[in-house]
Structure formats: structure tokens, C-alpha cells
Design a protein around this ligand. Structure first.
Ligand code: ATP
Length: 337
């Protein structure tokens, strides 16, 4: 029996986490679920944004499924997500972007996967108030950090028979920092002779993805660009409700949707749990439950092939609970087929 740490989080987090755990339990796998807190709800209950017992549980079980969490603005709090990623050195943020079923989208064929460096860049949190009228933020890029995310992208390309990796930077302007990221990617690329390294500047890439995303597959990039391009990617496939993610380190892996806590729709049974379902599929894949992971993805396609199954964010009418019920029923059929 293996244990997964479950962190419901804030806003719509508890609703979509409940739905996802219900979906996972329906698979009858030898998995235990241990609940822990993090974010605004944890601060209220324990006085800490990331309680020590949550850290200890993630360190012990090395695998977590996490809802979105809110970091209170002001009060000098560091982002919960950034702190967690740095604490466990979750250096690779892997975000697949795929269109499902009949969800309205600009392009039918979108199949991207973003490998985003997750611990450095402007997210390192090194800021300085120079004067009342001036503030600085320091961009940190290291060869080690750049190489290991590049290696993760190339290893994925190799395992999935892909011909190229597209590295995205602004190395023409930030010659030292982005230059180092690009140079590190080039060095890693040499070790993979069958896979091309395509180099694109981030502004151009934003336009390219909107014009024709089918030209791209694996995107390798820095922390900030990766964050922005993931939301752009989510926009290409019908919205944030469908974009999953994984934060991978050497030992620990934390799975979570790309979207945030969406406080505007929290507690109203309006949230689309699909992004967390798909994050759970990535988790099962990581645990080597390949059949079940694939079944969740297949089920997304099947369920979302019927517009009557759409949640509100996709232009439909279903609430979180009703959608989950339909999804689980269909998942059972997929697994029994
Ligand atoms: P954060 O600052 O944590 O990123 P945010 O509210 O600025 O949070 P998101 O929560 O990522 O940004 O999402 C923006 C909007 O997209 C939400 O306000 C919500 O209306 C919609 N949205 C996001 N995720 C979902 C979802 N799973 N289901 C339905 N709508 C969603």
C-alpha cells in the first residue's frame, strides 16, 4: 500500500480535490490518502502557510496531489508554491497541453508539453527596494539548473520518439542569464544526436503558438516564460480547466493543475475538476499505474466528446459534482472494456 499526500488548498481547491480523490478511489488501487493543509486555510488554522507536518508528510511519502493554494497578498509572505518547489527542489514543472473531445478551441491539433525550470529565474524571490521610487528583482540562472531541465526535456523526447525540442529564451537581450540557459540547452542537446534543438525567442514563440501550435511539441524554457506560455497554451485548448501539471524533483513529485484557486467561483459547484483529474493521471503514470493513467486520459476524451457533459467554463451547464459522477461512471466502462 502506498500513501499519497492530499492537499486540498484554497478557493476551488477542496471541491476539485474531493472530486479527484473520489475518482481515484473508484479505481480500487492499493493507495491510501493522507490529508494535509497548506495555504490561506492552513494559515488561519495553524498560523503557518506551510505547516511543518505537511512538509514532513511530503518528505516521507514523496508524492502529493495538491489543489491550488492562495498566498495572502501583503504581509510579506513568500509564495507558497515557490517555497514548496524550492524546499523540495522540484526543478521540473511539466505541463502537457492537449485538446480534448469536442471542447471548442481554435485549433483541433494541439499536443504540446512544456518543460519549465521551476526553481530559478525571477521567481528566486530576490528583490530589493532601492528607494521609494525604485525596486529591483534579480534573475538567477545557473548552468546546473538549466542543464537538468534541458536533460528532462530531451529524455522525454527520447522516450517518446520526438524529433525536436524547442528552447525558448530572450537570449538576444539577456545575454548572460538567458544566454546561459540557451548555452546549457545546446550542450545537453549534443548528447542526443537524433533530436534537434530549435531555438526561438519568447515573444516570437507567443505569436507562433497562437498562429500554428501544431508546429511545436516539446517546449523547454525558464520559469517565468514557462508560466506565461502555459496559460497561453491553456487558452489554445479551451481554458485553464483542462491544463494539468507535475512538479518533479529527484525524489519528490507534486502534481497540481496549472490554474489557481479561482476565488470567484469557489464553493459554488462550478469548478471544472478535469485539470486535476489529468494531474492525477500524471501521478498514476509516475507510480507506474499506466493502464489507469491512460484510462483517465481516454475518459476525458470520451466525456468531453459530448457537449452536454461540459462544465460552465467550457460553455456547458454541469456542476463539479454532476460532472464527476458522469466521469467516474464512464471511467469504469473504459476500464472494463
Ligand atoms: P492565481 O492568482 O492563484 O493564479 P487567479 O484567480 O488569478 O488565481 P486562476 O484561478 O488560475 O487565476 O484562474 C483565472 C480564472 O479562470 C478564474 O477566476 C476562474 O474564473 C477560471 N478558472 C480557473 N480554473 C478553473 C476551473 N478549474 N474551473 C472553472 N474555471 C476556472
Amino acid at each position: 500500500m502506498r500513501t499519497i499526500v492530499i492537499i486540498p488548498g484554497d478557493g476551488i481547491g477542496p471541491e476539485i480535490t474531493d472530486a479527484t480523490v473520489e475518482m481515484l478511489k473508484s479505481l480500487n488501487l492499493p493507495i491510501d490518502f493522507e490529508y494535509h493543509t497548506m495555504g490561506a486555510n492552513a494559515l488561519e488554522a495553524t498560523g503557518e502557510l506551510i505547516p511543518q507536518e505537511t512538509i514532513d508528510a511530503i518528505a516521507k511519502y514523496e508524492i502529493a496531489l495538491k489543489g491550488p493554494v492562495t498566498t495572502p497578498i501583503g504581509g510579506g509572505f513568500r509564495s507558497v508554491n515557490v517555497t514548496l518547489r524550492r524546499h523540495f527542489d522540484l526543478f521540473a514543472n511539466i505541463r502537457p497541453i492537449r485538446g480534448f473531445g469536442k471542447v471548442p478551441r481554435r485549433y483541433d491539433k494541439v499536443d504540446l508539453i512544456i518543460f519549465r525550470e521551476n526553481t530559478e529565474d525571477l521567481y528566486a524571490g530576490i528583490e530589493e527596494q532601492i528607494s521609494e521610487d525604485e525596486a529591483h528583482s534579480i534573475k538567477v540562472i545557473t548552468a546546473k539548473g538549466s542543464r537538468r531541465i534541458a536533460k528532462a526535456a530531451f529524455e522525454y523526447a527520447l522516450a517518446h520518439n520526438k524529433e525536436k525540442v524547442t528552447v525558448v529564451t530572450k537570449a538576444n537581450i539577456m545575454k548572460l542569464t538567458d544566454g546561459l540557459f540557451l548555452e546549457s540547452a545546446r550542450k545537453v542537446a549534443i548528447q542526443y544526436p537524433g533530436i534537434a534543438l530549435e531555438e526561438i525567442l519568447v515573444d516570437h514563440m507567443a505569436m507562433e503558438l497562437v498562429l500554428d501550435p501544431s508546429k511545436y511539441g516539446i517546449i523547454l524554457t525558464e520559469n517565468l516564460y514557462g508560466d506565461i506560455l502555459s496559460d497561453l497554451g491553456a487558452g489554445l485548448i479551451g481554458g485553464l480547466g483542462l491544463a494539468p501539471g507535475a512538479n518533479m524533483g529527484k525524489d519528490v513529485a507534486v502534481f497540481e493543475a496549472v490554474h489557481g484557486s479561482a476565488p470567484d467561483i469557489a464553493g459554488k459547484d462550478l469548478a471544472n475538476p478535469t485539470a486535476l483529474f489529468l494531474s492525477a493521471a500524471m501521478l498514476l503514470d509516475h507510480m507506474k499505474y499506466y493502464k489507469e493513467a491512460q484510462a483517465i486520459t481516454t475518459c476525458c476524451n470520451l466525456v468531453l466528446s459530448q457537449p452536454s457533459n461540459f462544465t460552465r467554463d467550457l460553455g456547458g451547464k454541469l456542476g463539479t459534482k454532476e460532472y464527476t459522477k458522469i466521469f467516474i461512471k464512464r471511467l469504469r466502462e473504459v476500464l472494463n472494456a
